[in-house]
Design a protein around this ligand. Structure first.
Ligand code: URA
Length: 429
């Protein structure tokens, strides 16, 4: 196979065939196609894009690079959710056990965070003893025993993605819709799902800054899922302020537990119920979204969802009742009076990284005890010197992060905040 010729085809903006894409991915995984050629191909895809059938072929080829989770024929339906990531996004911690308490299986393979948006596995690591380095057999066994699991990718699931993602990370080729689509969906397809819902976020606290770019990604994900036989829907959601009130690791676990106990913030619960009812509908477990949401609410009120979370944490070696670390707190106060007109989620996320709660590099250690509690929301009136954010940080980082945090909240005259988080639903055409 002449790989240079295939790279040239893409460089010149021509489509590759499914066979050619399959050969490239096989070559990459078995070492015939060196990293420098794969990096060149990724850059060509970044600039030239891919047709929808090329994206589907790339996703399928990546899926076939490893093993997949196999389930008994009589196992309950498997479902999952993927989020493109947002500041304060702890939806998975609430939704996964909630769906399991409705009798579905949720074998969630999740990731660690890099940059401002944080990662689900880092949040769970704030629970003493929790393990997210399970192997494929353990993931399957815990899912069948408890109904759900949240663990990291294993060495044998989609190895092509692990290697390609690492290359993309250092060659400025992450932000490509076909590459993101293939990366996300190959991993979700490997879970052996019957339905997938995507939370595609846009705004200051999300990877996609505009609704239009989020929409493009959502359409690509939904169409590719459908092309590969996985019923997939996406919700476009507004991330122009952190989701819920807490941002960090231990503090987000606390907020998720509060939500599972029935006292979650309204915006977090809107997403949990919206994404969850969509999956209940897709799995044929609810006749419509309203009855799906009612069922989910009942599972919270009855305590079943929290019990399921406790069981999952325990099966993964963690102790939900053990104290979670909390750094000393201080208050960031407003320098002006008026209305909160903007909250820069990315800046808040970067402040948490600066405090040690996130990573600048893949191998950075995380301090689970640091974080933020937002004391105001968009549109709230504030007085001068009123506390805006409760900050949990080691005293040494206060000087560094205080200016970042102060600039993240704008106090002005006029604000018309979005009244709902979910702004659009993308379904297969
Ligand atoms: N998340 C993924 O899993 N892959 C990407 O390419 C981007 C975000």
């Amino acid at each position: 196979m002449n790989f240079a010729h295939l790279i040239q085809i893409k460089r010149d903006g021509q489509p590759l065939t499914a066979d050619q894409i399959g050969a490239l991915i096989r070559g990459f995984v078995d070492g015939q196609l060196p990293d420098y050629q794969m990096a060149a191909l990724a850059m060509a895809i970044f600039f030239r894009g891919m047709e929808s059938d090329e994206t589907a072929a790339l996703t399928g080829a990546m899926l076939r690079s490893g093993t997949t989770l196999q389930w008994p024929a009589d196992a309950p339906e498997r479902v999952d959710k993927h989020s493109t990531g947002g500041v304060g996004d702890k939806v998975s911690l609430v939704l996964v056990p909630l769906l399991a308490s409705c009798g579905l299986l949720v074998p969630m393979i999740s990731g660690r965070g890099l940059g401002p948006t944080g990662g689900t596995l880092d949040k769970l690591a704030a629970i003493p003893g929790f393990r997210s380095d399970l192997d494929t057999g353990q993931i399957r066994a815990i899912t069948q025993q408890v109904g759900c699991v949240i663990s990291g990718a294993t060495a044998d699931l989609v190895p092509a993605d692990r290697r390609l993602y690492a290359l993309r990370d250092v060659t400025a080729t992450i932000a490509s819709i076909p590459l993101i689509t293939a990366s996300i969906l190959s991993k979700k397809l490997a879970e052996g799902l019957g339905a997938l819902v995507l939370d595609v976020k846009f705004g200051s606290g999300a990877f996609m800054k505009t609704r239009q770019s989020a929409r493009q990604l959502a359409v690509s994900l939904v169409a590719t899922g459908a092309a590969l036989g996985l019923p997939t829907r996406a919700l476009l959601t507004d991330m122009n302020q952190p989701l819920g009130r807490r941002v960090g690791n231990a503090v987000e676990v606390d907020e998720a537990v509060t939500a599972l106990a029935g006292d979650g913030p309204a915006d977090l619960m809107e997403l949990v119920l919206g994404l969850g009812s969509e999956l209940l509908l897709m799995a044929g477990r609810a006749g419509d979204r309203a009855s799906g949401s009612d069922w989910l609410r009942q599972q919270i009120t009855s305590g079943q969802a929290l019990e399921r979370f406790r069981a999952m944490v325990s099966a993964q070696g963690g102790d939900l009742d053990a104290p979670r670390p909390v750094a000393p707190e201080w208050l960031l106060r407003s320098r002006a009076a008026g209305l909160v007109t903007a909250i820069d989620g990315e800046r808040l996320g970067l402040a948490v990284v600066e405090m040690g709660g996130g990573r600048k590099r893949q191998d950075d250690q995380i301090d689970p005890s640091v974080g933020l509690e937002m004391l105001v929301r968009l549109g709230d009136p504030v007085q001068c010197q009123q506390p805006l954010i409760r900050v949990f940080s080691q005293p040494i980082s206060r000087q560094r992060v205080e200016p970042l945090l102060a600039d993240a909240v704008t106090v002005g005259d006029e604000c018309h905040p979005a009244t709902t988080r979910i702004v659009e639903r993308i379904m297969d055409q």
